[in-house]
Write a protein that binds this ligand. Structure first.
Ligand SMILES: NC(=O)c1ccc[n+]([C@@H]2O[C@H](COP(=O)([O-])OP(=O)(O)OC[C@H]3O[C@@H](n4cnc5c(N)ncnc54)[C@H](OP(=O)(O)O)[C@@H]3O)[C@@H](O)[C@H]2O)c1
Length: 290
């Protein structure tokens, strides 16, 4: 269960039980929720979800002005401590630097939201190696790095969570998105394996598998390229973040927003592989020269 750190006068009837230990004593800052890719898209919506629950935040994204603006706006709106680190998570030793930043300031992190990720679609022989590597580094390597550095701290907490953002596409090897879906498959398998390793600890591991989410302009282009079926599965980032946090509260392992999305994944599991791959190739051919 994810704690609700708001004081009683900030709550409305029906809210989750207050975390009395913090609420009833002098103001001791509760541990922080660290969210990567927090400056926009699903990550920014995660910030609002945890801020609503009174969690102090640490936002991580590229060192752009919008990160600082997001941190200031959230801190003002919810009256909670919010700090941010602008860092390129694909750079060497970036996860270690994020961890050192927390060590230097005495921040305790009890929820790690590994959300930052990028995706490019194109025929593999036309895709630049720089783009391939940036997907591998951000979507897989940085997530493992952050989990590695923060796990000892998470294990010391009375209750902790690590969330990994994968994708509905994780278990569907998609033609023309071969590297992206492989990075998401890596994250998916890593999260499930880690969950099992940590089963007897207080650290809960979750993996998110959303379908298309309307976030950036590039994503919109990709959703539109898929026509009606892309729009049927589409969710807003607000819906995805709200659903995911609710499911984390219920300790759900694999979080797939959308009934139709869950149904399609179930169907896909039961199709013969060569038949499934040829359907997927036809469905995703529109990304060939994207
Ligand atoms: N959108 C979808 O359809 C969809 C579907 C399934 C899964 N997902 C996954 O959900 C996650 C979030 O997607 P989104 O669509 O919300 O993304 P988005 O709107 O493109 O935002 C990406 C976030 O990651 C940050 N970021 C990008 N490169 C970074 C880097 N090298 N180092 C540090 N931060 C970096 C961005 O910072 P700046 O603002 O500074 O660029 C931004 O905060 C990703 O893992 C994605 O793969 C998305």
């Amino acid at each position: 269960m994810i704690k609700d750190y708001r004081s009683n006068d900030q709550k409305t009837p029906g809210d989750i039980e207050p975390f009395t230990k913090i609420a009833s004593t002098r103001r001791v800052e509760p541990p922080r929720t660290l969210i990567t890719g927090a400056s926009r898209g699903i990550g920014l919506c995660f910030c609002h979800e945890f801020a609503k629950r009174g969690h102090p935040l640490l936002l991580v994204a590229l060192p752009e002005e919008r990160l600082e603006q997001a941190a200031l706006a959230i801190s003002k709106k919810y009256d909670i401590p919010v700090d941010y680190i602008g860092i390129d998570l694909t750079a060497d030793h970036a996860p270690q630097k994020v961890w050192e930043y927390c060590q230097d300031r005495g921040y305790i992190v009890d929820i790690l939201i590994n959300n930052a990720g990028i995706g490019f679609a194109k025929r593999f022989d036309k895709m630049s190696m720089d783009k391939n590597l940036s997907m591998i580094k951000l979507n897989s390597q940085a997530m493992v790095g952050l989990a590695h550095y923060f796990l000892p701290m998470l294990l010391k907490q009375t209750h902790a969570h690590i969330f990994f953002m994968s994708s509905m596409e994780a278990t569907l090897a998609l033609p023309y998105k071969s590297v992206y879906t492989s990075t998401k498959n890596f994250t998916y398998s890593f999260a499930l394996a880690l969950r099992e390793e940590l089963k007897k600890t207080k650290v809960n591991v979750h993996v998110g598998c959303p379908g298309p989410v309307l976030t950036n302009a590039d994503g919109l282009k990709r959703i539109e390229a898929q026509g009606r079926k892309g729009r049927l599965l589409m969710k807003t980032p607000e819906e995805v973040a709200a659903y995911t946090v609710q499911k984390m509260e219920k300790n759900t392992v694999r979080i797939v927003p959308g009934r139709l999305n869950r149904f399609l994944l179930w169907v896909a599991r039961h199709l013969p592989i060569s038949f499934k791959m040829s359907i997927l190739e036809r469905m995703f051919r529109c990304f060939k020269d994207h």
